[in-house]
Design a protein around this ligand. Structure first.
Ligand code: HEM
Length: 367
């Protein structure tokens, strides 16, 4: 069975191997906790969420409640529930720390509502939330089933605010998945101990309950694909700094070659404003600004003008939103790519520390 361990110091779905042949589907759902429920009710909600995600990500046989009540399971996945590579990653927004639950003093230091950056086109219908769930799995019906199960068990306590589905391609023809601009996306993600050291919050200045968690940044970024398809290959490649066919940096030969900006100080080979060069200048002083990206493609059909409404669900994890995401985002402001993309939604969330054992539950140390 394809299942990822549920218990541990950190949640799954963050450093769980990035999609390419597994977990090629995602749903990101933001919820509001219904007002006036208080801290005890929030604890009950967290216990319910823990019980459901523990069961859904492990798989098994749903309880048989007999024929005179609504069945315990929808059977969308058949009578024996497969884990199917499901991970559910639970995070909280800054609004959860307002007066409703008396948690203001426990708020992670960097947690605030996501601000609008230059070139953003924010749409309130697609922004923020008290909670976010990132569900990744090998098939889309597995995600639908899980969200529906969670909705049924949390009815009246948490309410969907926005939700988006995404997918990734298998290696075409090899290496990392491609985004809808045709480029391999995720190549330079930190891995191994480097990733561990960039992603888990351990700062003594952060509240103790939050250690082992991570800051989650979600950016819903529309791609103007019809416009992009009229750009020459040279210009496309200079915007990213990589080859479209292989994913190699413009000064290299294969996808995982390292770019050497020191040999190209004037940007003759990889332009100074290329996405990869701005995003990660690869200097000693910017090394701790790297973040873990886990992005998917989305397709929302057609807009009112008859254009394809598709793009990028950018999801990043890090220790410090300010030191990592915001610093990188500020450096990317005004890059040539901004003419072809349109960020419109998402939010900042705090991914809770892991559920460590069968008696533990999400946010136990907070509540
Ligand atoms: C690298 C696409 C937005 C941060 C890349 C690469 C592509 C890409 C194709 C090169 C391959 C790779 O290493 O993954 C895009 C697209 C975006 C977008 C299409 C918007 C629609 C962002 C945003 C950020 C970001 C908002 C963060 C603020 C990075 C980083 C790298 C990268 C850190 C790795 C650079 C390196 O270490 O060499 N992106 N990206 N990207 N991107 Fe983006």
């Amino acid at each position: 069975a394809d299942s990822y361990p549920f218990h541990g110091p950190n949640q799954a779905g963050i450093l769980t191997p990035a999609p390419a042949d597994k977990q090629n589907y995602v749903s990101v759902a933001a919820y509001d906790v219904v007002d006036g429920t208080g801290k005890a009710a929030l604890a009950d909600l967290m216990k319910t969420l823990t019980a459901r995600t523990r069961f859904l990500t492990t798989g098994g046989t749903p309880a048989n409640l007999g024929v005179s009540q609504p069945p315990s399971d929808s059977d969308v996945l058949g009578p024996d529930l497969p884990a199917d590579g499901l991970t559910v990653t639970v995070s909280v927004g800054s609004s959860l720390f307002d007066d409703r639950f008396g948690l203001a003093a426990q708020k992670p230091q960097r947690l605030a509502p996501m601000k609008a950056f230059p070139d953003d086109s924010p749409d309130p219908a697609w922004l923020h939330g008290d909670l976010s769930l990132q569900l990744c799995a090998n098939h889309p019906d597995t995600i639908h089933h899980a969200i529906r199960d969670i909705a049924k068990h949390t009815r009246g306590v948490m309410q969907l605010r926005w939700k988006i589905e995404g997918y990734n391609s298998p290696p075409r023809p090899s290496g990392t998945s491609r985004n809808l601009l045709g480029f391999k996306d995720g190549t330079a993600n930190p891995t191994g101990s480097q990733a561990q050291n960039l992603v888990w919050v351990a700062d003594p200045a952060e509240p103790a309950w939050a250690h082992g968690g991570s800051y989650q940044v979600i950016r819903l970024i529309r791609m103007l694909v019809e416009f992009w398809d009229r750009v020459s290959i040279n210009e496309q490649e200079r915007m990213f700094g990589r080859r479209r066919d292989t994913g190699a940096p413009l000064d290299g030969n294969t996808e995982f070659d390292t770019p050497h900006y020191g040999n190209d100080p004037s940007g003759a080979v990889i332009p100074l404003d290329a996405h990869i060069r701005l995003a990660n200048p690869r200097t000693a002083s910017t090394a701790n600004q790297r973040l873990i990206r886990r992005s998917y493609n989305y397709d929302l059909g057609v807009d009112p003008n008859g254009n394809l409404q598709a793009g990028h669900i950018f999801i990043a994890y890090q220790q410090d939103i300010h030191r990592q995401f915001e610093t990188v985002q500020d450096r990317l402001a005004g890059e040539p790519l901004v003419d072809y993309v349109q960020p419109f939604g998402g939010g900042y969330f705090y991914t809770l520390p892991g559920v460590t054992n069968p008696n533990d539950w999400y946010a136990h140390r907070l509540l």
